[in-house]
Design a binder for this molecule. Structure first.
Ligand code: ADP
Length: 324
């Protein structure tokens, strides 16, 4: 064990994701098990700047494992992009007595973690975001719970679309990353899926496909769209006008962020939390805990941020093939 490490902090930053609580619990208990003191910083980098924290013991993190959201609450802190603000955060961390920090969040939060390390506070990051849009990791905490919520919602929409011979346009989360849309498309049987990674034409990839499906005997259909690609209500109007099929649009929205974390999210969050503490104990910092080939490992934050993630082509092909 690195003798210099006595007290560590944890914070959650950016968008919340189910499973963050399992990570907070695992970090706290792994650290205490290894003789460290643990501090929970509230509301992301904002709380660090304001010196808002609580001492966490093994009992403080009891009964949070099964809850969605984040016990520490989260926030966005735009001014954290300014170097002098990062320096004052390091100053606050010194006042709290922190020797290290673990940040759970997305790639914006990782940039903050990198800046903190550079400014003298050893920091390790954990990918927590429902979108799975972290290039260096195959998995991000929250994806599985989100997908299960999406599955439940689309199954319900399918019931009513089927009963009324309607078309249902469903917008799911995943700004700039089509993981949620493509998995939902495979698991919920979408007829068309529009994602940011693949250029599309409404007339060919939606209207023609729906018309073809109709000829093949499909009486209702589901179109899944990743957020911010287009206006789902406008798309619904176009589909109705062009195909004659009654069409409704549903934006699943923030409902996808909440809920009881699934088994997969709890286990992976616990593994990632424990790994982050181990890294700090080994004297390592500026690392991202990640999943690679199904195993938990770590990578330099800068290297991780520079990577590009591609949605596996076989998933896209599968979604298309199964929609015939
Ligand atoms: P996420 O971490 O989920 O990607 P954001 O992009 O909103 O979410 O980032 C969360 C927080 O991380 C921001 O509010 C800010 O405090 C910090 N952050 C984002 N980008 C940077 C950056 N370039 N440099 C330093 N800190 C950043």
């Amino acid at each position: 064990m690195n003798n210099k490490l006595n007290k560590i902090g944890i914070l959650t930053s950016g968008g919340d994701a189910p499973g963050m609580n399992a990570a907070i619990r695992a970090i706290t208990r792994t650290a205490i098990y290894n003789g460290l003191e643990v501090v929970g910083i509230q509301e992301g980098y904002n709380g660090l700047l304001r010196g808002e924290y609580e001492i966490l013991d093994a009992r403080s993190v009891g009964d949070i494992l099964q809850k969605g959201g984040t016990y520490l609450r989260t926030a966005r802190c735009e001014e954290f992009k300014k170097p002098h603000v990062v320096l004052s955060a390091v100053e606050q961390a010194r006042k709290i007595g922190l020797d290290g920090l673990i940040v759970i969040g997305g790639d914006g939060s990782f940039r903050g973690a990198r800046d903190l390390t550079r400014a003298g506070l050893p920091t390790v990051a954990i990918p927590g975001t429902i979108d799975n849009d972290i290039s260096c990791s195959e998995y991000t905490i929250g994806l599985d719970t989100c997908l299960n919520t999406v599955k439940e919602c689309i199954d319900k929409l399918r019931d009513t679309s089927m009963s009324h011979n309607r078309c249902s346009v469903v917008e799911v989360m995943g700004h700039g990353a089509g993981y949620i849309a493509i998995y939902a498309s495979i698991a919920c049987g979408a007829d068309c899926v529009l994602i940011p990674e693949i250029p599309f034409s409404i007339s060919e990839d939606v209207i023609e496909k729906i018309k073809e499906g109709h000829k093949k005997g499909k009486k209702h259909c589901i179109v899944i769209v990743s957020e911010q690609l287009l206006d789902p209500a406008e798309l619904a109007k176009t589909i109705q006008a062009e195909t004659g099929m009654e069409t409704r649009a549903t934006i699943l929205g923030h409902i996808q962020r909440g809920g009881i974390p699934t088994m997969r999210d709890r286990v992976i969050a616990s593994q990632m939390g424990a790994k982050a503490v181990e890294l700090l104990l080994e004297g390592k910092s500026n690392r991202v805990v990640r999943m690679k080939k199904g195993e938990i490992s770590d990578i330099d934050i800068e290297e991780g941020l520079a990577m590009k993630k591609e949605l596996p082509k076989d998933l896209i092909d599968l979604a298309n093939m199964l929609s015939i």
